[in-house]
Design a binder for this molecule. Structure first.
Ligand code: GDP
Length: 193
């Protein structure tokens, strides 16, 4: 995918702030620190369009980026950070559910899972939510460079079983750019208007 332009649109802390738009949207979700910002930057060939958070899990904002004037990337707030108070978790829940349940232009949600770990209860709950709202999803296993070569396929299968999904996730590493085109291939049909 050739990226001509990638611009930050806005951050929303409630559904009233979601931008009015008719462009197709791809959202990215996952635990704090799973590598979500890094993946988005890598897909867009930008170093720092999406800033990596110094205090993971503290910001409950949805960030919108307009790409090539044709589609929108949406960075959902990360979850699963242990030190976050209940009130912040509730805010995450409300904000993300408003987005997933109501956003008419949302086409696909990329769910990132750290390839080294089994999916968490929250990962599974998010996937259940996506199924409930009939949102197509693409599961990507991040940081595969952290595994020994022989371990990668085993862990992808473990994640597949852990999430009870039909296909194994796409393995991705920001250190090796090979899987970027695989991810674009899967996403391209969803961003055609
Ligand atoms: P986010 O909280 O999900 O947005 O996670 P970040 O993109 O900020 O990444 C969290 C940390 O993991 C940072 O230190 C990244 O440099 C690192 N990271 C992200 N992707 C990869 C990857 O594919 N391989 C390795 N080794 N580290 C990664």
């Amino acid at each position: 995918m050739k990226i001509h332009s990638a611009e930050f649109l806005l951050s929303a802390s409630s559904k009233r702030q979601f931008p009015a738009s008719t462009l197709p949207e791809i959202a990215f979700a996952g635990r704090s620190n799973v590598g979500k910002s890094t993946l988005i930057n890598s897909l867009l060939n930008r170093k720092k369009l999406v800033k990596t958070s110094a205090t993971p899990g503290k910001t409950q904002l949805i960030n919108f980026f307009k790409i090539n004037e044709k589609f929108i990337f949406v960075d959902l707030p990360g979850y699963g950070y242990a030190k976050v108070p209940q009130s912040v978790k509730q805010k995450w829940h409300n904000l993300v559910e408003d987005y997933l349940s109501e956003r008419k232009t949302l086409r696909n949600v990329v769910l990132l899972i750290d390839c080294r770990h089994d999916p968490t209860l929250q990962d599974r709950q998010l996937l259940d939510w996506l199924e409930y709202y009939q949102r197509p999803s693409l599961i990507v296993a991040s940081k595969i460079d952290k595994l020994k070569r022989g371990q990668v396929q085993k862990n992808l299968q473990k994640i597949k079983h852990g999430l009870s999904i039909e296909l194994a996730p796409i393995g991705h590493s920001s250190m090796q750019h090979g899987s970027r085109e695989d991810i674009w291939k899967k996403l391209s049909p969803w961003i055609k208007s």
